[in-house]
Design a binder for this molecule. Structure first.
Ligand code: IPM
Ligand code: MN
Length: 352
């Protein structure tokens, strides 16, 4: 008998339910093939529920979610709800409360996928961003003074603790070692302007680097990283950065790997409950049309299995996704795949 895992499923808003359905289809096929059990429990969280009941996410739900092996999430964000309410009340609350201090985002161009970068091939675009996921500008420190008056002041502070920075950097070094590619870790910061926060990051980075003599280190400012990610993506193996910069550069990363339709991420607490999600949003304009690409959600499930320790099943899903992407899909964009959302899920599940 294989292992058994309890998975909480949050389909969320917009196209979340459609892509999660395909992810679950593939996960079920993989678990049947590889002999382990996934026990899914659905949680109704998101904009629709908030509009219906006024509740965002209760403490009771949060407590329950701590008891799962992992959380599988679709998308959070609703056009009728003021930006920030659902994001802070569900997504960021989960990341922070469950101390998912790493946001792991691979940027991989699969064979057969079009990248907007001329002359770049799969061997040129294959790196991973390790984004700090528990502090920085996202910590919510700051406030207003005299709001709505001509003398208004708004302050938004970036919180960087030695402990938070160090655990993220250590994770990145360990990850880079295990990945075993170019064995190069690049710190992405802004030491020329953010001279407090990134002074701490830089000092910690080089101190920890002393314990990893097999890993080459590099540094680049965030603006330059944006430039190099377009011009010379082959320079990168693993990039480590803070929460805000990580958010920004991974959208750029998603585009060079073929778009939001394929980009997956993991919110990871190496000692606790992790959460896996496609990194694109809820795509309200495509909702219910069965035309969005579920590959990002499928790859989020793939990453979940990898981290749960089901390596062979994870590898099989990745291989199946690569095959469908290369041999079947006309494009990774919504409405242009040549197949519907559910047909793409069927194709991948059929290869398990
Ligand atoms: C992401 C998203 C979130 C973030 C939003 C929805 C709060 O953009 O996961 O990258 O900024 O982290
Ligand atoms: Mn983002």
């Amino acid at each position: 008998m294989g292992k058994s895992y309890r998975i909480a499923v949050i389909q969320g808003d917009g196209t979340g339910p459609e892509v999660v359905a395909e992810g679950l289809k593939v996960l079920k096929a993989a678990s049947a093939k590889f002999g382990f059990t996934l026990d899914f429990t659905h949680y109704d969280l998101g904009g629709e529920r908030y509009k219906r009941t006024g509740e965002i996410m209760s403490d009771e739900t949060l407590k329950e979610l701590r008891n799962y092996h992992a959380i599988y999430l679709g998308a959070i964000g609703h056009p009728d709800v003021k930006p920030g309410i659902l994001e802070k009340g569900i997504l960021l609350k989960l990341r922070f409360s469950l101390d998912q201090y790493i946001n792991l985002r691979p940027v991989i161009l699969y064979p057969g996928v079009d990248t907007p970068l001329k002359d770049k091939k799969p061997e040129d675009i294959n790196f991973v961003v390790v984004r700090e996921n528990s502090e920085g500008l996202y910590a919510g420190a700051g406030g207003f003074l005299k709001r709505g008056t001509p003398d208004e002041i708004a302050i938004q502070e970036s919180i960087n603790t030695r402990k938070g920075v160090e655990r993220c950097i250590r994770y990145a070094f360990d990850y880079c070692r295990t990945r075993n590619k170019a064995k190069k870790l690049t710190l992405c910061g802004k030491t020329n302007v953010l001279t407090f926060a990134f002074d701490l990051w830089e000092r910690t980075f080089y101190e920890v680097a002393g314990e990893y003599p097999d890993i080459k280190t590099d540094y680049a400012h965030v603006d330059a990283i944006c430039m190099w990610m377009v011009k010379n993506p082959e320079w990168f193996d693993v990039i480590v950065t803070d929460n805000m910069f990580g958010d920004i550069i991974t959208d750029l990363g998603a585009m060079i790997q073929g778009g939001m339709g394929i980009a997956a991420g993991g919110n990871i607490n190496p000692q606790g409950v992790s959460m896996f999600e496609p990194i694109g949003g809820s795509a309200p304009k495509y909702t219910g049309l069965n035309i969005v690409n579920p590959m990002a959600a499928i790859m989020a499930g793939q990453m979940m299995l990898e981290i749960l320790g089901e390596g062979p099943a994870a590898l099989a899903i990745e291989k199946a996704v690569m095959e469908v992407v290369e041999k079947k899909l006309k494009s990774l964009s919504a409405g242009q795949m040549g197949y519907s959302t559910s047909e793409v899920g069927d194709l991948v599940a059929g290869l398990m």
